[in-house]
Design a binder for this molecule. Structure first.
Ligand SMILES: Cc1cc2nc3c(=O)[nH]c(=O)nc-3n(C[C@H](O)[C@H](O)[C@H](O)COP(=O)(O)O)c2cc1C
Length: 201
């Protein structure tokens, strides 16, 4: 049980701006400079955790959450918000997995770092949505990610549909932004394991 003094030390969820129609219709289709600038690239790694499961069920956007200690490299240098980059789910050491070779490639991702103001979370989370249809779940598997750019602040919403619509725009913006040569080349970065393979049983 935490004391009141301990609770007062914990970071609190700040108020988030409310999404407006004007914001949505004026969103750029590509974001960030022609090549990543500091603090990017930011390297993240850790075992995939279960969130509340709302991403897949309610938003059509399943997310792989990183544990608290894996968030430090980004939360200490970057503000909360939505980011884009590359991510890779690593197979277990013996290669035995339901995943297929296609699932363990370096793939495009969008990441939400923050308090999910629409859901009023009480803790900061980093949730990565990898833009790929996976053959099976991969909770507990190690994941490596390289964050290369910032898309937008996290927002509060009056409807779930408006949040879903913004997430769909985030995915398109991420793909357009990663398509530039100086961003695409990070797919081959040494942070990733380009030689790993699955071992079909
Ligand atoms: C690309 C992306 C953008 C997001 N933007 C917001 C946002 O602006 N506001 C918000 O409250 N949550 C946002 N979320 C977080 C979702 O609310 C969260 O992923 C969802 O609640 C699933 O969480 P869970 O896995 O813990 O269930 C975003 C998530 C993603 C993947």
């Amino acid at each position: 049980m935490s004391t009141a003094a301990e609770l007062a030390q914990l970071p609190q969820r700040p108020e988030a701006p409310r999404q407006t129609t004007e914001f949505r219709i004026t969103r750029p289709q590509i974001v960030g400079p022609d090549s990543p600038e500091a603090p990017f690239p930011i390297l993240l790694a850790g075992p995939v955790q279960k969130g509340f499961g709302r991403g897949g069920k309610e938003l059509g956007c399943p997310t792989a959450n990183l544990p608290d200690e894996s968030i430090t490299p980004i939360s200490s240098v970057a503000k909360t918000g939505v980011y884009y980059g590359w991510a890779q789910v690593l197979p277990p050491k013996d290669g035995k997995t339901e995943l297929c070779q296609d699932d363990i490639r370096v793939l495009p991702m969008v990441m939400s770092l923050g308090w999910n103001p629409f859901y009023k979370n009480e803790v900061l989370t980093a949730e990565i949505h990898i833009m790929h249809e996976f053959k099976s779940d991969f909770y507990g598997y190690d994941m490596n990610a390289l964050v290369l750019g910032y898309i937008r602040p996290e927002l509060d919403y009056t409807t779930r549909e408006a949040l879903i619509e913004d997430i769909e725009i985030d995915k398109r913006v991420a793909l357009n932004s990663l398509d530039r040569p100086a961003y695409a080349k990070y797919k081959e970065d040494s942070h990733f394991d380009l030689s790993c393979s699955v071992n079909p049983s």
